[in-house]
Design a protein around this ligand. Structure first.
Ligand SMILES: C[S@@+](CC[C@H](N)C(=O)[O-])C[C@H]1O[C@@H](n2cnc3c(N)ncnc32)[C@H](O)[C@@H]1O
Length: 305
């Protein structure tokens, strides 16, 4: 539990039934249906465990006090906030925003200190200036162009309290190494798809600079490599790495399955059969390779006091 004013909160977490469809509000490439809800929830908990060492809040030297407000940008299913609500008292207000409301949980399933609202991170309400102590944001690489990233950071800076922190996690199709030709084909197609939509595949390489240029201070970037092959060079992974390997593989494959329609629409594969086969070949290539890791980037930064 997080240490906050000596209070704990237990809440029930459930999900609503939502229509299946792709969002049309932006270049965002993923669907917002029930399989996606499940994928995002599993992914969020895996990332908290494997990338953040089990901590929902890990921004350095951040103290949460009664009356503080926490914002999650691009909240999706709201799973990070729902999990966080179990660790915080009702005196902390939690707000989740997303351009799509389709994956928001049913209001009857979360406690009264959580609010979900339909907003773009590039255009937040004027009344929110200097309001939040922490802003959490994960995985917007598949949604924002470079000008939108700059606009989003400007808005995030505006609505953060002086002394407040951002906590971001991103990744993208720019690996340091490929397991072989099969992975290269899939990942290069991913980067092509992002570029065709005006997105920034290399966001994790440039985001730190964009954060600093916005005016944030004490910027920290941490790269967390997770395995995509069952062995490091000539030796086995540890038990926990092996555990991560299976879940991680499932996570990356799950992303491609969820994004299949945009890949096909972009003409990057002749059809579904070819796409499915290419994905399976990548999975087999990982299983037969050594030392293949995928990098996840965490960013922390503070708004000056
Ligand atoms: C890959 S999902 C990640 C969801 C959540 N952060 C998580 O880690 O489970 C990306 C989310 O960003 C949302 N999104 C896309 N563009 C956005 C924007 N301009 N402002 C706010 N949310 C946006 C999508 O609707 C989607 O829910």
């Amino acid at each position: 539990m997080l240490e906050v004013a000596g209070e704990n909160l237990q809440s029930s977490v459930d999900t609503g039934v939502i229509d299946s469809s792709f969002t049309t509000e932006s270049a965002y490439i993923l669907p917002s249906d029930e399989p996606e809800r499940q994928r995002l929830n599993e992914q969020s908990r895996f990332m908290t465990k494997a990338v953040f060492g089990g901590r929902l809040i890990s921004a350095p030297s951040l103290t949460i006090s009664p009356g503080d407000e926490i914002l999650e940008s691009a909240t999706g299913t709201g799973i990070w906030l729902l999990d966080l609500a179990h660790q915080l008292p009702l005196t902390i207000s939690l707000t989740g925003i997303d351009i799509s409301t389709r994956l928001f949980p049913k209001p009857t399933t979360y406690p009264s200190n959580i609010t979900f609202s339909s907003q773009s991170i590039t255009d937040l309400p004027p009344s929110w200036s200097n309001r939040f102590t922490l802003i959490n944001q994960r995985l917007l690489t598949g949604a924002l162009s470079k000008p939108q990233w700059i606009q989003a950071l400007t808005e995030i800076y505006r609505v953060l309290k002086p002394g407040g922190w951002i906590q971001f996690m991103e990744t993208g199709p720019t690996p340091n190494a490929y397991s072989g030709a099969k992975m290269k084909r899939m990942v290069d197609s991913w980067a092509l798809l992002y570029r065709a939509r005006g997105l920034v595949p290399e966001i994790q390489d440039v985001l730190g600079q964009l954060i600093s240029e916005t005016g944030f201070i004490e910027m920290q970037k941490h790269i967390i490599p997770l395995p995509l092959s069952p062995r490091r060079d000539s030796s086995s992974l540890s038990d926990s790495e092996l555990d991560h390997y299976e879940e991680h593989k499932k996570n990356i494959i799950g992303f491609f399955v969820a994004a299949k329609q945009p890949f096909l629409m972009a003409g990057l594969f002749k059809g579904e059969v070819e796409f499915d086969q290419a994905l399976e070949e990548m999975r087999e290539e990982w299983d037969g390779s050594e030392g293949c890791w995928w990098e996840w980037a965490i960013f922390y930064a503070k708004k000056p006091e």
